[in-house]
Design a protein around this ligand. Sequence first.
Ligand SMILES: Cc1cc2nc3c(=O)[nH]c(=O)nc-3n(C[C@H](O)[C@H](O)[C@H](O)COP(=O)(O)O)c2cc1C
Ligand SMILES: O=C(O)C(=O)c1ccccc1
Length: 400
Amino acid sequence: MTQEAPHPPGNYGDHQLGIYLNGMFADRTPDLTTDLAALEDQARAALAPEALGYVVPSAGSGATARANREAFDRWRIVPRVLRSGARRDLSCEVLGTSMPAPLLIAPMGVQTLAHPDGELATVRAAAALGVPYVHSTQAAHSFEQIAEAGGDAPRWYQLYWPTDREVCLSFLERAKATGFSTLVLTLDTPMLGWRPADLNRGFLPFLRNVGIANYLTDPAFLAKLDKPVAEDPGAAALHWAKMFPNPGLSWADLPFLREHWDGPILLKGISAAEDARLAADHGMDGVVVSNHGGRQVDGAIGALDALPAVADAVGDRIAVLFDSGVRTGADTVKALALGARAVLLGRPVLYGLALAGQEGVDHVLRCLLAELDLTLALSGYVSHRGLSRESLACAQRSAP
Ligand SMILES: Cc1cc2nc3c(=O)[nH]c(=O)nc-3n(C[C@H](O)[C@H](O)[C@H](O)COP(=O)(O)O)c2cc1C
Ligand SMILES: O=C(O)C(=O)c1ccccc1
């Protein structure tokens, strides 16, 4: 996408004054908390038990999700002063996509679990701000529906590579035809991690035909079914269950993607510097350092702990993006300072969605952009481009 990213006339941080003025002159306070780290608590009450179990928890004992947060807590920002920061510019371009700030919406499937409008609400909120939306293969809405709702705004496509190559090719063709510019191949989920909250309920939305909209609208997928979906929905879901797990994928498969995708390709779910090097050696355009928000390997390295080594290994060759545990503007600053070109926002988007649909996602994005802008300004930066490891210090451990 080449369109200019929308940018406010002032700074994103001006949202803060708007909230105070609303409180003063209109006696209005925000419906949702502005403390994005606390949004999860508010959202818990809005989510049905099965949806809550799917969205909020992580794999196994939850150790990886905890490690994600602990990694952020080990870094502190070192603010600078007197550096003329009246006007900030957060805009940037990542692999040819212009964005108002180094922020994208992480690919997340089955968003109708959070709100009946699902991905349509998310993509509309993202499009209004120009924040790129990444469409999951496991979405509850199809490529075509997302394209219609998202209009000209930037959008990327996240591929779960099905074992059926015809379906894979058809997904790539449809994504191209509907204006998705960039491909994100997720590699940390060739099959589902061990997720006790879902297992205890015996709940997997896809087996109930929720979150397989891309498949159920796909000619190559439908051609493999013996009966129309309406006649035998269970068979369609089981057919999905057969082609989704793909643990046989290897580096040798990547040329196939290059052959069938014209735009940039990123590999998502990278934790090891050596895998990032292999990605660059295999001609990939970028990696997303991520552990899927702790939803896959229990006991994995915190994503932010993995970031510096990946940035050192390939940061000058390919784009390094980051997600897993980002909740606040300060988190974003830390990830950017440690070498990420941009961050992807995960669960907080779904919490906003659950609480207030499109408006809730808009709230989350505006708050994050404002907090990012203010954190940068208060730390002495007019742009995230000025950040480096020098911007941070390791937190001192308190004496035992
Ligand atoms: C409910 C849910 C569904 C997700 N679905 C996908 C998906 O379909 N594809 C994908 O690559 N990542 C998926 N993810 C992972 C996110 O892209 C991202 O890596 C993760 O949410 C980041 O962690 P955080 O939510 O703790 O910030 C999903 C995450 C959640 C919470
Ligand atoms: O829930 C997820 O994190 C996810 O990405 C996924 C995708 C397909 C099947 C199961 C889980």
